[in-house]
Design a protein around this ligand. Structure first.
Ligand code: FRU
Length: 493
């Protein structure tokens, strides 16, 4: 056993075994060795390696004393656990090292995070720094906290700094709250230690809710994009159905004026379990995003198995020529493909059981609309027909539907998303034991959900209701378990 896992054994006790034997344990997603995780933090491609940190409570399967867990990878597919990077052990962060980001400061891997203190209900949030030369061991800066007070007139909610460099200066966006409305402030610095508030560049007028968590601001193909997680938005039709949202504002930004001119809020992912996303730019110039693949206050049946929470698969952000933001699985994920299970085309009417099964699958299905009023795939189906997760296109409403009312343990529910009307519908589906990530029409709409079927509910069905559909092609692969078969040979096809 390697050293990190040995240390983990001491830290996590028996939960590490329990988690490894969990029927819900994911095979190619990032999780802690055991126990609780939430937001992805500190995403960075540093010295040729991808580093991902995450909000982690190593002493329980529930949130609590938050540390920063840490993993690294050379290829975004095979990950190695590293020792916990930072722990809440200082007066200014004693109740939690909350979310934040990472930068390379002249070769020093620097984490910028929120120190959270809760003294009998009196909360203080400040921005702090930790540095590492080897990318493994971090030292908190003597000058912490580097931003000790929230913006003028704001409440104590002041968290989740995302830092980047532009033309020799450091910039930070950070979430805050004033008069019960959420704001995103921009700060500026020459040295990461002394920061100047340039004002709020996003302000909720009520519609964006009372607090804007986890802001992330970047330029993509000539446009400026703010990714953030508002709390307190009202549901509107099929939109904003989860407890909290994660989405974007897209527009133009001027560093001189510190003015961000933006359009409407758009949700990034329309499934049940997606929050607190963060992005980074890798050495290939790609803008890559990870989200937390859960939702605050959701039931998490894996807690009974010694663990809770995971990150989504990595997704690349690009713009479609129509101006729509697309989110696609990164191409490296093709390395997960193990065995090709099927490649076929057929006319479908009624329900047809397919001749492959599995709980770790990638499926790409392309349908051409015909007479069916509804068509799609049922995945994680039990033999007795009691369990299934339904992924379908409702041709009457023009909506993609994820229905987990028969998916197994945990909460059910339905999520719907209208898609632009095309004659062909392409579904790319990543199934990993207790998760389903659905990418529609090359990343136009994405729906991410946790599901908790019984082990053995592995069937896959294709169906068409009220007529026929033309299944132009269906390809499927079983996917590798990177945690249990790190030695398996992998290639990009
Ligand atoms: C988002 C969040 C952040 C905070 C962190 C605490 O999920 O609430 O605002 O920093 O989680 O773990």
């Amino acid at each position: 056993m390697n050293k990190v896992l040995e240390q983990n054994h001491e830290l996590y006790g028996r939960d590490i075994e329990k988690a490894a034997n969990s029927s819900y344990r994911l095979g190619y997603h990032m999780m802690a060795p055991a126990r609780w995780i939430n937001d992805p933090n500190g995403l960075i491609h540093w010295n040729g390696e991808y580093h991902v940190f995450y909000q982690h409570h190593p002493f329980d399967v529930k949130p609590g004393s938050i540390h920063w867990g840490h993993m690294k990878s050379k290829d975004l597919v095979h990950w190695e656990h590293l020792p916990i990077a930072i722990a809440p052990d200082k007066a200014y962060d004693k109740s939690g090292c909350f979310s934040g980001s990472a930068v390379d400061n002249n070769g020093v891997l620097t984490l910028i995070y929120t120190g959270h203190v809760n003294d009998d209900g009196v909360i203080t949030e400040t921005q702090c720094i930790a540095e590492s030369k080897d990318g493994i061991h971090f030292t908190k800066h003597q000058q912490n906290p580097v931003i000790a007070i929230p913006p003028k007139g704001a409440s104590h909610d002041f968290r989740d700094p995302k830092v980047w460099k532009y033309r020799g200066k450091w910039y930070m966006v950070v979430g805050s709250q004033k008069n019960k409305l959420g704001n995103i402030h921009l700060y500026e610095s020459d040295d990461l230690l002394s920061w100047r508030d340039r004002g709020a560049i996003v302000k909720s007028d009520g519609r964006l809710g009372y607090m804007l968590e986890c802001p992330d601001f970047f330029e993509l193909e000539g446009r400026h994009v703010m990714v953030f997680s508002p709390q307190g938005m009202e549901p509107e039709g099929d939109h904003h159905q989860n407890l909290y949202q994660t989405g974007t504002l897209i527009g133009n930004f001027g560093y001189e004026s510190a003015h961000f001119n933006y359009g409407e809020f758009t949700e990034l992912d329309r499934g049940f379990d997606f929050y607190a996303a963060q992005t980074f730019k890798d050495d290939k110039g790609r803008r890559i995003l990870y989200g937390w693949m859960n939702m605050w206050e959701a039931e998490m049946p894996e807690q009974a198995h010694g663990w809770a929470g995971a990150l989504t698969i990595p997704r690349e952000l690009t713009f479609h020529s129509s101006g729509q933001l697309l989110m696609k699985p990164v191409e490296e994920l093709q390395m997960l493909r193990h065995e090709k299970l099927m490649a076929e085309s057929m006319i479908v009417s009624g329900v047809k059981k397919l001749n492959f099964a599995g709980d770790r699958l990638e499926i790409i299905a392309e349908f051409a609309k015909k007479t069916a009023s509804s068509f799609g795939l049922n995945v994680r189906c039990s033999e007795d027909g009691q369990e299934k997760t339904v992924l379908r296109f409702d041709a009457t409403e023009g909506k993609i539907v994820v229905d987990r009312n028969q998916a197994g343990e945990g909460e059910g529910g339905i999520r719907k998303a209208k898609i632009s009307s095309l004659d062909t519908i392409k579904l790319q589906i990543f199934i990993d034991r207790s998760s389903v990530e659905l990418f529609v029409n090359d990343g136009e709409t994405v729906m991410t959900s946790r599901i908790y079927p019984k082990a053995g509910s592995n069937g896959v069905e294709v169906f068409a209701e009220g007529g026929e559909v033309d299944l132009l092609s269906l390809q499927a692969w079983s996917l590798k378990d990177i945690w249990n078969s790190l030695s398996e040979k992998t290639t990009i096809e």
